[in-house]
Design a protein around this ligand. Structure first.
Ligand code: PMV
Length: 343
């Protein structure tokens, strides 16, 4: 790993991704190695933009999210992540981190994925680490598993790997895909995916079957992507999401992320298919539902979902780029941050 000269400050942008084959469960909590591989679509909406600025005058890092100083777990996770970057860079200087996240935080729209992919990209540059895409994906993985995939644009496979070196995401050729996201509830989830994954591993009787079946599903999904088979991609997406939510519901005590309104959206998607519109639903660890569609059908599907969740709650998105540096841009400091970003 070579070390370029450290510019001292950098700004990066990353987009969330939605898994079509889900990641659920770690085999190594510290390195964040997953029990199985996964595959996702990086979106072109709800980005996180992050500036990391080295701050030699301070004895601790500061983290500001959407214009407000973050404390507690959020700040600890950022510092723990920066420690990894500093260790690699042979640096001790603390940093100020400012982030603007355009997604509803903590509601299953993978804000941790865009967040840590942007942080990894900005921090690596600010501390002068010259990382290739795989190394950046591995670094982002240490912040949040799904962030490994947001380093990559469009469709990405995250190889489970067997150690830090081999667990990273890379692109997979795929047909044009779009997502219609129906926001059911923006409130932060009561149980973090980290905690829920632990509970699943320790108490679900189905966990081993989940691991083995996910590897098979992933192989099938990669083949469907390479073949450009939209129908098969959609079928696998919907089945695997429901399988994950079934697995999560099988823990003790049980966890349920989906809400009645989420099921209503899923039923509307089934009804659309019966009418001949190919759409397939998925949901991460939260109540919001994302619907996989061909780009040309996104608007028609969005119109139908607006009837279910309300006109303001539906957003269509296409495939987005991987995490990247922005030149000459800086996330505004709290005093200048728009109030909209903080809402
Ligand atoms: O990266 P985490 O710890 O936020 O886990 C994300 C897990 C799911 O979003 C539910 C599934 C996935 O593959 O993204």
């Amino acid at each position: 790993m070579s070390q370029a000269s450290a510019p001292g400050a950098a700004t990066a942008r990353a987009f969330p991704n939605l898994a079509l084959v889900k990641y659920w469960g770690k085999r190594d909590e510290d390195l964040i190695l997953p029990v199985a591989g996964s595959l996702s679509l990086t979106l072109d909406a709800f980005p996180t933009t992050t500036t990391v600025r080295l701050d030699p005058g301070r004895d601790q890092d500061t983290f500001e999210l959407n214009g407000a100083a973050a404390t507690g777990t959020a700040a600890q996770r950022v510092t723990a992540f920066l420690d990894l970057v500093r260790e690699r860079a042979g640096a001790t200087t603390r940093a100020s981190v400012r982030s603007v996240n355009e997604a509803p935080t903590g509601a299953g729209l993978a804000s941790s994925a865009s967040g840590f992919a942007a942080l990894a990209t900005a921090a690596a540059a600010a501390y002068g680490l010259d990382l290739d895409t795989s190394a950046l994906s591995r670094l982002a993985r240490r912040g949040s598993g799904s962030a490994a995939r947001s380093v990559i644009g469009n469709v990405a496979i995250w190889h489970a790997g067997t150690d830090d070196e081999t667990s990273f995401a890379e692109p997979v050729p795929a047909p044009d895909l779009a997502m219609v996201v129906a926001t059911v509830d923006c409130a932060a989830k009561a149980i973090s995916s980290r905690e829920a994954m632990r509970r699943t591993a320790s108490s679900s009787p189905y966990f081993v079957a989940w691991i083995t079946s996910t590897e098979t599903t992933l192989t099938e999904m990669v083949a469907a992507c390479r073949a450009g088979d939209f129908t098969r991609i959609g079928q696998i997406t919907e089945a695997h999401a429901l399988r994950m939510h079934g697995l999560i519901a099988s823990t003790e005590p049980p966890i349920r992320y989906l809400q009645p309104r989420s099921i209503e959206v899923m039923d509307a998607v089934v009804a659309l298919r019966e009418e001949g519109v190919e759409a397939y639903s998925t949901a991460d660890a939260g109540p919001n539902v994302a619907v996989l569609v061909r780009p040309e059908q996104a608007e028609a599907v969005a119109a139908r979902l607006r009837d279910v969740v309300g006109p303001e709650q539906v957003r269509t998105t296409g495939a987005g780029p991987g995490a990247h540096l922005l030149s000459g841009t800086e996330v505004p400091a709290a005093a200048e941050a728009s109030t909209e970003a903080g809402s």
